[in-house]
Write a protein that binds this ligand. Structure first.
Ligand code: PLP
Length: 409
């Protein structure tokens, strides 16, 4: 990149040279917006729109209950295997079920029985559902909940640690843990680690098997574009599967659900982590969405994420220096969103949304922009920064309608 200030034609050239340029066509994006909220809710893939019509009309509409024998019942394993391909796991190590919160609960309670220690260790600033679920699950499992700041987590691992629960990429700042090293250190202290991959799957290259990861969960609605409330994935390394028992013993996790036997016998392998009937329409949406990654190596996705980050960071430093970047500049230490701190972050974010630049706000003072290489253009980064500069120069964010805090995003 040239050392002088960038101009729009430089940015358009980046789009022309982008090997993922054509992938944007796989998504339905409204005209006139720059969508930087794919780290919260991915947009609608074209194939999902078509596929949902087919599942509703042809499968549910015509086959009725026969649909269960025509591919519905295997959806948790089939879609799990597709996500396994994106996260460096074996096909039978991933299953789709429930929400991230519920899957965290299942894994904490199940895994707590394998280690000696008495404490569940997590980070003060972990995502809230992780902390809430950890408190309830620890209570049920008879563990002490130990909460430490990010800086102290690694030093806090000792022989009293039973489980370590961490979010790989931080939802606010986008900071990323060194997954292999931390998992190994926890193992050395006698603890298993559960990784929350909500901000990692489909965003950064993951190699769970290579990195010695044993337990993980993640959501389907962010970088995987599976739709609002898409079901979650749960990963258990092969060698642990038959040693863990889910505390939610539903019939779908039974070895023979349709025997209707009186006693619970866990299904072999990861299937035992199923509980109830899978929501087939949501599964269809997630399955179709994963096809948007077909023929796109995660390494190419990540390389474009780095380029989008570098452009965003550079333009913001030049045009809006009062917004302070809190995301690590070392690519190996971050995920795929860029976050800025400003005391008026909420109002600035609302003013940007009014201009068609959709990012989001996280309390108390962070604006996040998701960098989603499948459909974002470098041109979108340019527009976002130009809008932000205009808002900052005119102080247009300082109007009552941008300061009323009742919005979700
Ligand atoms: C790190 C993290 N974990 C969990 C969740 C949400 O979990 P659930 O799918 O149960 O709503 C989010 C949602 O944004 C998240 O960012």
């Amino acid at each position: 990149m040239p050392d002088r200030s960038m101009i729009l034609s430089d940015v358009l050239e980046l789009d022309l040279g982008d090997p993922l340029r054509a992938i944007r066509q796989r998504f339905l994006l409204p005209e006139g917006i720059a969508y930087f909220d794919g780290h919260s809710l991915g947009p609608l893939p074209r194939l999902t729109q078509a596929k949902l019509g087919e599942v509703v009309n042809d499968q549910w509409g015509r086959q009725l209950i026969g649909g269960w024998n025509a591919g519905w019942i295997d959806a948790p394993q089939r879609v799990g295997a597709k996500i396994a391909g994106l996260i460096g796991a074996k096909p039978h190590e991933v299953i789709i079920a429930d929400s991230t919160s519920v899957n965290l609960f299942k894994l904490i309670v199940a895994a707590s029985r394998l280690s000696q220690g008495s404490a569940l260790l997590t980070e003060t600033d972990n995502f809230h559902t992780d902390r809430y679920i950890a408190s309830g699950a620890a209570e049920l499992a008879g563990l002490d909940l130990r909460i430490e700041s990010r800086e102290k987590i690694e030093d806090s691992l000792d022989s009293t640690t039973n489980l370590l629960l961490l979010t790989h990429v931080h939802y606010g700042t986008s900071e990323r843990y060194a997954m292999a090293a931390v998992t190994k250190q926890a193992r050395g202290a006698g603890a298993l680690t559960i990784w929350d991959l909500c901000h990692s799957a489909g965003a950064v290259p993951l190699q769970l098997n290579r990195d010695g990861v044993e337990l993980a969960v993640g959501c389907g609605y962010k970088y995987l574009n599976g739709g609002p409330g898409a079901p979650s994935f749960l990963y258990v390394a092969e060698h642990l599967q038959d040693r863990l028992l889910s505390p939610l013993r539903g019939w779908m996790g039974h070895a023979a659900p349709f025997d209707f036997s009186a006693d619970y016998v866990p299904a072999p392998g990861i299937d035992r982590f199923l509980a109830g009937t899978p929501p087939i329409l949501s599964f269809a949406a997630l399955e179709a969405a994963i096809e948007a990654f077909d023929d796109v190596p995660m390494q190419s996705v990540w390389e474009k994420s780095i380029a989008l980050f570098e452009l965003f960071d550079r333009l913001m430093s030049e045009r809006c220096p009062e917004l302070i970047c809190v995301t690590p500049r070392d690519a190996s230490r971050r995920g795929s969103h860029i976050a800025f701190r400003h005391p008026n972050a909420f109002a600035i974010c609302q003013a940007l949304i009014a201009e068609g630049v959709i990012g989001d706000f996280r309390a108390p003072d962070i604006i996040r922009f998701g960098l989603t290489p499948l459909y974002l253009r470098f041109e979108d980064v340019w527009s976002a920064v130009e809008s932000c500069a205009a808002i900052m120069d005119s102080r247009s964010w300082d109007q009552p309608q941008f300061n009323a805090r009742q919005k979700v995003t």
